[in-house]
Design a protein. Sequence first.
Length: 235
Amino acid sequence: MTQATTTPARDRARIAERTLRKDPWWRKPYISPLYSPCLATTCTEGSGFNWIPWLTWLSPAIIIIGGPMGFRLTCYYYRKAYYRAFWRAPAACAVREPHAKYTGETRFPLILQNLHRYFFWIALAFNVILTIDAVTAFRNHDGQWGHMGLGTLVLLVNAALLWVYSLSCHACRHAVGGRLKHFSKHPVRYWMWTQVSKLNATHMQYAWISLVWVLITDLYIRLVASGAITDPRFF
């Protein structure tokens, strides 16, 4: 008589290690706003475009930092802040200016501040990219949709704050309502100008909150990627 063999019971693989994967698979759903879009060849697979050869010891964030930094440095609020703090031009209203001559932003280097209107559109492009990153964070490392962790929420808040900061900008206010002689003939643009004007009243607060949150987002993603903390999963 042939002895029947016993079929082993099906069970989940018992792996003592936390994971057998050696690649940084957890990084793909979360991309720091300081690195996105990642254009260097040193980007983690699935998180960039691998366009520009790059040195491993140099951060690829340098490639794209000029866009958002240029927008903030030429921002009307930030101008007022560092003009008063460093150049005292002037320190405040009704306070005598220490400079004997005032040329404003008509000469180098301050004339470069006029690039703000162009950096505004560049910043909007980055906002679109960061919004896509936030939506992509609803996928897990297997590419399945419908998953959400604390990092997803962090990215969503980051994108929302950057949109509010950009849309409350003086350049945005001019873009939607500038060069109009009769608001009555352009009711849609007048409505848009009215809404942006409301946001513009708190542009300073949005400027600082969004800046701090970008740094918090970068720190959080770095801690998750390094394994220092675990990203809580909501569903």
